[in-house]
Design a protein around this ligand. Structure first.
Ligand code: PLP
Length: 398
């Protein structure tokens, strides 16, 4: 049989992270590649107790549910959103199978093949996969340590008339960067002027190393000006556990309504067991304290990784210290190809993600993304020693 796949599928590239994982199967590899939270910090007992409470409610807990999501969970999430100055009612919210699905649904309901989406350069790899699968024209906007360069965004809006901008303004993936308030306001102002919708993806915003730091979401800034330009999505994957596959999106009723229709077609609804479990968890478990605990631990892990890298005294390996999130974005010496470095690193049983995969265009090959949340202590020290050995050998050869 000759399978005649769609042209979008033919263009689809497999994720570099998955390819690396394949490469490393069955080996004693220390991986800084995946965006994995620390397993030892998962609130296992609290999730078990929450799930037990759900089962105690009886057989009804196993029934089909609403496409928009379990109402008590949406109500609790609305309260959490209001604490961040995002004021919505449950019918302006949809529960999704991770925020990954929110990105997919938004693309499906708003974009036609060939429509333009602006993205940061670099940006979240799996969003590029979604946009590719939808046949979108992805136009990267030059970005620096403070976020998207607004003048560039404006130039590209005039040139390409995009329908949507996709951004991760707080502790982005892969860069870990946090946008300045000026850039946040600048983008909202542009989108209001040019009638462009923003998809704000915020899985990491709560994982901040300075508990008192305040990074207003684009959604909250837009709200002050009348609203309607931002669809915001977040997830429990990084703050509770990714296995629960529960995220949510908030936005104008019309948009959420159409996302619900698209979701019916995709999966009817996300797991009601997981949603009920999270509802119980939010009622009985101090989630904010837990988020403070993991943020503190991740901040310590980042310090450890930075100290290990600094010990190497490389003059031309640089990074900007992230203020939150899960990733350290390394700039390696000019001309170094981090994909080749990865192959050498894998021989030494350590993995990371080469930077090129995160660019919609003009990939910078001398960048590397290292996750600092999954490993710690001796294991992190061994992993960074292996990485350093690979890099040093590589530099000596070049
Ligand atoms: C920027 C970004 N958006 C979305 C996701 C998807 O998260 P979820 O597990 O909620 O689907 C991730 C996961 O790593 C991410 O880094």
């Amino acid at each position: 049989m000759e399978y005649r796949f769609s042209s979008n599928v033919q263009r689809l590239q497999s994720s570099a992270v998955r390819d690396i994982l394949k490469l490393t199967q069955g080996k004693e590899i220390i991986s800084f590649a995946g965006g994995l939270p620390a397993e030892e910090l998962f609130p296992l007992d609290a999730i078990r107790e929450a799930a037990e409470r759900v089962f105690q409610t009886g057989k009804n807990s196993l029934q089909y549910g609403l496409t928009e999501g379990y109402l008590p969970l949406r109500e609790q999430l609305c309260v959490r959103m209001a604490q961040k100055n995002m004021h919505v009612t449950p019918d302006e919210m949809i529960i999704t199978t991770g925020s990954q699905q929110a990105i997919d649904l938004v693309s499906r309901i708003l974009m036609n093949p060939g429509d333009v989406v602006l993205v940061e350069n670099p940006t979240y790899l799996a969003s590029l996969q979604v946009f590719g699968l939808s046949g979108l024209n992805v136009v990267p906007v030059e970005s620096d340590k403070d976020g998207m360069i607004i003048e560039e965004a404006e130039r590209l809006m005039k040139q390409h008339k995009p329908k949507m901008v996709y951004v991760v303004p707080t502790f982005g993936n892969p860069t870990g960067r946090v946008w300045s308030l000026e850039r946040r306001k600048g983008l909202i102002e542009l989108c209001q002027r040019y009638g462009v919708l923003v998809l704000e993806d915020d899985p990491y915003g709560e994982i901040k190393f300075d508990a008192n730091a305040n990074y207003p979401t684009l959604f909250s800034l837009d709200g002050k000006e009348g609203g309607g330009h931002v669809i915001y999505t977040s997830t429990f994957s990084k703050t509770v556990a990714p296995a629960l596959r529960t995220g949510w999106a908030i936005g104008p009723r019309q948009v959420i309504g159409n996302m619900a229709k698209a979701k019916q077609a995709a999966d009817l609804h996300s797991s009601t067991l997981d949603q009920q479990t999270l509802d119980q968890l939010l009622q009985h478990f101090p989630l904010n304290d837990h988020i403070r605990t993991i943020s503190k631990a991740y901040g310590d892990r980042l310090q450890q990784m930075q100290a290990l890298l600094t010990q190497q005294r490389w003059s031309d390996v640089k990074w900007v210290e992230p203020k939150g999130g899960m990733f350290l974005w390394l700039e390696l010496p000019e001309g170094l190809d981090s994909e080749a470095l990865l192959r050498a690193a894998v021989q030494k049983n350590v993995a990371f993600v080469p930077g090129a995969s995160f660019y919609a265009a003009d990939p910078q090959r001398n960048k590397a993304r290292l996750n600092f949340t999954y490993t710690t202590g001796e294991r992190m020290a061994t992993g960074i020693a292996r990485f350093s050995e690979a890099l040093n050998e590589f530099l000596a050869r070049c």
